[in-house]
Design a protein around this ligand. Structure first.
Ligand code: ADE
Length: 227
């Protein structure tokens, strides 16, 4: 998979690239590139944003700046780019990221993530350059960079070879294997600590019983979350 992030803060991703599962995915042939919006701005003084028409607080990322950056990087009109790759604008008003969407994105060969800053994007960026708008939660971050890292993290750990164990991402919270429910509780050694015991069934070696106990707990957790 090739992931490109359009950002005003490309340095932030140096740390991210060094994290183990990301580094594993990159060593396995996947790519994570950053594209510095400011480097390509046609405006003087590195300007990338402007005040909103109609008034209001903050600054808005300009559509001509995004156009110039994408055009320089891909050597194509960004409007046409959407036919070739998934282009995702990160914005609090977008589709909420969940495991299903992460699975969907993990199947894509190429993804471009657009990070907004300040008050966000000129809406024409979302309308004409993006295929999707995605939100990582109903709160507002200072910019899309952390949201882009959340998307990359969640997607990259689904790629074969990123996690140490091939089954690690299969039966986890919200996966199809668990019927979309949260993950069951996990325990490790010691089997008893300060009088807190690990459930007997997990020490029993009965795989069927363990499986059914886990599914049951997972469902109960899901039901508790709905309350
Ligand atoms: N940019 C600012 N806040 C965001 C959020 N909650 N999700 C995605 N992008 C954002």
């Amino acid at each position: 998979m090739r992931l490109d992030v359009v950002t005003l803060f490309p340095d932030w991703f140096d740390w991210f690239r060094a994290q183990r599962h990301v580094a594993n995915a990159l060593a396995g042939g996947h790519q994570l590139r950053t594209l510095d919006l400011r480097e390509h701005t046609p405006l003087s003084g590195g300007q990338v944003d402007d005040t909103p028409f109609g008034g209001g607080a903050g600054m808005v990322l300009r559509v001509d700046v995004m156009d110039a950056a994408l055009r320089a990087f891909y050597d194509a009109d960004p409007v046409d780019l959407r036919a070739q790759r998934r282009v995702i604008a990160l914005t609090p008003g977008g589709r909420l990221l969940d495991d299903r969407l992460v699975d969907e994105l993990a199947q894509e060969p190429d993804i471009t993530l657009l990070c907004g800053r300040y008050e966000g994007f000129d809406e024409r960026i979302v309308e004409h350059f993006a295929t999707d708008a995605i939100s990582i939660g109903e709160y507002v971050l200072a910019g899309g960079e952390l949201a882009a890292m959340v998307v990359c993290d969640a997607v990259m750990r689904k790629l074969p070879g990123a996690l140490g164990h091939s089954d690690s991402a299969l039966e986890e919270s919200f996966s199809a294997a668990l019927g979309g429910y949260p993950e069951y509780p996990q325990y490790t050694r010691p089997a008893e600590y300060r009088g807190w015991k690990v459930p007997d069934v997990l020490l029993s070696g009965h795989h069927e019983e363990i499986r059914s106990w886990r599914l049951q707990r997972s469902r109960e957790r899901g039901a508790a979350d709905d309350d």
